[in-house]
Design a protein around this ligand. Structure first.
Ligand code: C5P
Length: 218
């Protein structure tokens, strides 16, 4: 792999997207949101009426949708079969189902291959759950972002209209449990990753800390 790769992992609401985009902008790197790819796969499965209670049904269709991700940190784009799904993939039906779809090995094999293809050219900040462990284990810089459950829920409920902190905290706890206990590529901290607790830090402080790590390790 040529060029700098920054792997950014952590649970939902830990600040991965804002931090990754800020770091990519500061260094003139590309940016890939792998969560958006799992969301896009989930959106397509829902559109197709696939029974998400049946992992075999998900596996059988996982090869069908053409998922194309942009890498511009200022305008992250995502298309499925030519349809712009940047808006729909953030809706609650997708958020509620994505961890079930993402746990299916056939889905992961397909999306990890796409992610490696994009990351292969280097010069990228790539965020997700398994980037430092599976997608880019050779990344020069690996960051694992955390924050207290309450801080993460507060951030998410500020982004989602009409939601309470309590409802977000319950929904996130459910998703985090599924993401960290699944058999294939669970969320976990990679060897060599630096853990950054963002509970008491502002966005600019976290970005500055990651930039410091990059300067030290690249
Ligand atoms: O990052 P975001 O919250 O948008 O990710 C949505 C979901 O996609 C996660 O909860 C997880 O189930 C799945 N995901 C994953 N592996 C990744 C990125 C996301 O399983 N690398």
């Amino acid at each position: 792999m040529t060029g700098l790769v920054v792997a950014m992992d952590g649970p939902s609401g830990s600040g991965k997207s804002s931090v990754s985009r800020g770091v990519a902008r500061a260094l003139g790197l590309r940016y890939l949101d792998t969560g958006a790819m799992y969301r896009a796969m989930t959106w397509w499965m829902l559109e197709q009426g696939v029974d998400l209670a049946d992992p075999a049904a998900i596996a059988a269709r996982a090869g069908e949708p053409q998922i194309v991700s942009g890498t511009d940190p200022d305008a992250p784009a995502i298309h499925v079969d030519g349809v712009d799904v940047a808006g729909p993939i953030r809706q609650s039906d997708v958020t509620g189902a994505v961890s079930v779809v993402a746990a299916v090995p056939e889905v992961r094999v397909r999306l990890v291959a796409l992610q490696r293809e994009i990351a292969g050219a280097g010069d990228i900040v790539i965020e997700g759950r398994d980037i430092g462990t599976v997608v880019c284990p050779e990344a020069a810089v690996k960051v694992y972002l955390t924050a207290s459950a309450e801080a993460r829920a507060r951030r998410r409920s500020a982004e989602v209209a009409g939601s309470t902190v309590e409802a977000q905290q319950a929904a996130m706890a459910k998703r985090d449990t599924l993401d960290s206990t699944r058999k294939t590529d669970p969320l976990s901290m990679a060897d060599g990753a630096v853990e950054l607790d963002t509970t008491a830090l502002g966005l600019e402080e976290v970005i500055a800390e990651v930039l410091r790590l990059v300067a030290e390790r690249r």
